[in-house]
Design a protein around this ligand. Structure first.
Ligand code: IVH
Length: 697
């Protein structure tokens, strides 16, 4: 899309816009191009050249210019993705060409058969195929007219779909305008797939769970559901992506020689790529015989887990468009393409029992015990059923046959039950009315989906889970004090609360089976070292409801001492980044509970850091106001540790090289970031050792 020369020039414009104190109306066209370029780098190439905050700065400048000069707004301006109102309904629209399905194949023999038929029908000895991933998302169809995106639709029944243009405009890898006219194209209908990548899917599911809603079974459902939301801003927040892989209809400009432009499917992918779309240009391969096709499919299947998004197979397409035409289609699928389906990430099993587990916040979660089943190389025996409503929705009974899926988010889910297979021996699932761990009556607050045990300070299950969470990797990171050991120590009465971690009877532990001098010494060292963990880890480790790592960091930054929060009002709490009314209420309640305050005071006496480190650290705020970026492999520190050190010392970690960057810390095998940084003379390029001495280590 952008060659080296254009990239350099656009980056130069970027820097001068970033430095400029007033961007003027005559710059608007250039500013838009700069923003489009960075959207492309970020959303299509996955390789941003500026920090998010810098993008925001330029975006705001464009918004301001457009507010001052409404006459200059264009429908394809980066600001015009966002639509403020709600969508009433999605009108039905007819696709220019029906959206067909694909025929499926499952093994090499099926592919050999497909190739044989294609060769017989076309009378050719050899056929070249273009092979690309089969994206596991929601199908879409887009129309561009005179270079502008004019319509986006769902697949629907294949003939008519829903007009979801407003929502499609929220997907930042879909260009609002693309220079099809430079290929002689006046109107084009293109097809593709909308996806939610695995990381975003997992985060979205975690958010759903935190809000008391049910996790979704797979990213496909998340993508398809997101396209049908009536609030386009929410669609924008879902971080959807789109791959475009098929041209279904083209109208050329008058006098244009159509046959010159697109001869093969791979030409089409390349054209889309050059016009700024995400097409499988880099993932595809053009192969001259079916044996190579099979090999490519099998290799790709092995790498499936390393991809950031879900694919459920490969699609094999006859590469020459003329041969495609000759082969034609059935009413259901083209004869020139076939899907090669990977091994399913689904399996059926039987629901044997439901156990009820109590989490650290007292939430009671039903867990299905199923007959163990292999799914994608992993044996699944237990699956969370989330809550009562979920069990009802999925119509589950003990003894039922159930369909299980493990996709995107490694956590397996029950997709559905098969009531038609019941033999009358199935029984209803009874929800407990008392806590299975301590017998306390369960309560379900208005508007929440989860039953809770509110006996938080005396319920053994909650105590154990709280200790486990406190020790966990992202919290105090006490290695050697994992789930099973915490349970064991609890049963032996060695450990019954968080401060107890710091009073473990190591002499007795040393005599336990499976422990020796060395492991006890390691444990003792890990426990001792945890006292020096930064404040945000402690906050996160306390397991306050709704407080994840990010909010814990924001909370740690705001005060000198953790107990300062006892003085914060609800309003003051809501001034903190990431803190809304729900989170504020939870923090407020935590710091107005005597037992919690007692716990914090005790931890401080034991020697844990309750002040945020700035006051006690020798290198107080040593990096205040400085920006950092790490590249290459570090040897003495983990990347996350290094980044935390920056933040603890008052610095900021940026996500890309730009003029805002003060220090690039270079590890082994540093790549393009180092090259970019060398071009910006104000950036100091330092080694890991130099970084450590900056923070006084
Ligand atoms: S080509 C006329 N290519 O799979 C041929 N489809 O099971 C049009 N899909 O409806 C389809 N990745 O939604 C094609 N690389 C890819 C694909 C792909 C995913 C979807 C598409 C299609 C479904 C058929």
């Amino acid at each position: 899309m952008y060659n080296n020369e254009q990239t350099k020039q656009l980056q130069q414009h970027t820097l001068s816009f970033l430095k400029s104190s007033g961007i003027e109306a005559h710059d608007i066209h250039s500013l838009r191009n700069v923003l489009r370029f960075h959207e492309y780098r970020y959303y299509v190439m996955n390789d941003p050249l500026i920090a998010d905050a810098e993008y925001d700065q330029l975006y705001k400048a464009l918004e301001k210019l457009e507010q001052e000069n409404p006459g200059l707004i264009t429908s394809d301006s980066p600001t015009q993705r966002v639509s403020k109102g709600l969508i009433r309904d999605f009108p039905k629209v007819q696709h220019l060409v029906p959206m067909l399905s694909l025929d499926n194949s499952y093994n090499a023999a099926d592919l050999i058969d497909f190739d044989r038929k294609a060769r017989e029908l076309s009378g050719l000895k050899e056929i070249a195929y273009c092979v690309e991933p089969k994206f596991d998302g929601a199908g879409i169809s887009l129309i561009y007219e005179n270079d502008l995106l004019v319509r986006g639709a769902t697949r629907g029944d294949g003939v008519t779909g829903d007009d979801i243009t407003t929502n499609i405009r929220q997907i930042r890898s879909v260009p609002l305008s693309a220079a099809f006219s430079s290929f002689g194209i006046q109107q084009i209908e293109i097809r593709g797939e909308v996806l939610m990548n695995k990381d975003h899917f997992k985060a979205y599911n975690d958010r759903l769970e935190e809000e008391g809603a049910n996790r979704l079974a797979n990213p496909r459902n998340a993508a398809a559901g997101s396209l049908r939301i009536k609030d386009p801003r929410e669609v924008g927040r879902r971080n959807l992506e789109a791959f475009l892989y098929h041209i279904s209809d083209v109208t050329f400009l008058p006098h244009y020689n159509a046959s010159e432009t697109l001869k093969t499917h791979s030409d089409a992918l390349q054209m889309l790529w050059e016009l700024g779309f995400r097409s499988p240009e880099k993932e595809k391969s053009v192969l001259n015989d079916i044996a190579s096709v099979i090999e490519y499919c099998e290799t790709f299947e092995k790498q499936r887990d390393e991809l950031p998004y879900e694919i459920d197979g490969m699609v094999i397409k006859v590469n020459e468009l003329q041969i495609q035409e000759q082969l034609g289609m059935t009413t259901h699928h083209p004869r020139w393409a076939i899907a090669y389906k990977f091994k399913a990430r689904q399996g059926t099993s039987r629901l044997r029992a439901v156990e009820f587990q109590v989490g650290r916040t007292g939430a009671v979660t039903p867990v299905a015990k199923i007959e163990p089943v292999q799914i994608g190389g992993v044996t699944v025996g237990s699956i969370s059923l989330h809550n009562e409503e979920y069990i009802r929705e999925k119509n589950l009974m003990l003894g039922d046959t159930v369909l299980i899926e493990r996709s995107g988010d490694v956590i397996p889910q029950v997709v559905k039950s098969f009531p038609e297979l019941r033999d009358g021996k199935e029984t209803a699932i009874h929800y407990p009315t008392r806590c299975p761990a301590c017998g306390y009556p369960l309560e379900k607050p208005e508007g929440e989906a989860v039953w809770r045990c509110n006996n938080s300070h005396n319920c053994p299950a909650q105590i154990i889970e709280r200790i486990i969470h406190f020790n966990s990797k992202d919290a105090m990171d006490i290695r050697g004090l994992g789930d099973a050991i915490v349970k064991k120590f609890y049963e032996l009465h060695y450990l019954h609360d968080i401060p107890g971690i710091y009073r473990l009877p190591f002499d007795k532990i040393e005599k336990l089976e499976g422990f020796g001098k060395k492991s006890v010494h390691n444990l003792q060292t890990a426990v001792e070292a945890s006292k020096k963990q930064p404040l945000y880890r402690l906050i996160y480790g306390l397991g306050i409801r709704y407080i994840g790592e990010t909010t814990a960091k924001a909370l740690a930054r705001k005060v000198d001492h953790l107990l300062d929060y006892t003085q914060f009002s609800m309003e003051a709490l809501q001034q903190i980044e990431d803190v809304g009314p729900k989170v504020a209420a939870s923090v407020y309640a935590f710091f107005h509970n005597e037992q919690n305050i007692g716990l914090l005071e005790e931890l401080e006496k034991i020697g844990l850091q309750l002040s945020n480190g700035k006051k006690v650290s020798a290198s107080e705020g040593a990096l205040e106001g400085q920006t950092f970026l790490f590249t290459g492999t570090l040897h003495q520190l983990k990347r996350s540790e290094a980044e935390s050190m920056v933040e603890e010392n008052g610095g900021t970690v940026l996500s890309g090289v730009s003029s805002k960057l003060n220090y690039l810390v270079v590890g082994e095998d540093a790549g393009s970031k180092l090259e970019k940084a060398k071009k910006i003379t104000t950036i100091k390029i330092i080694s890991e050792g130099e970084f450590l001495s900056l923070v006084g280590k």
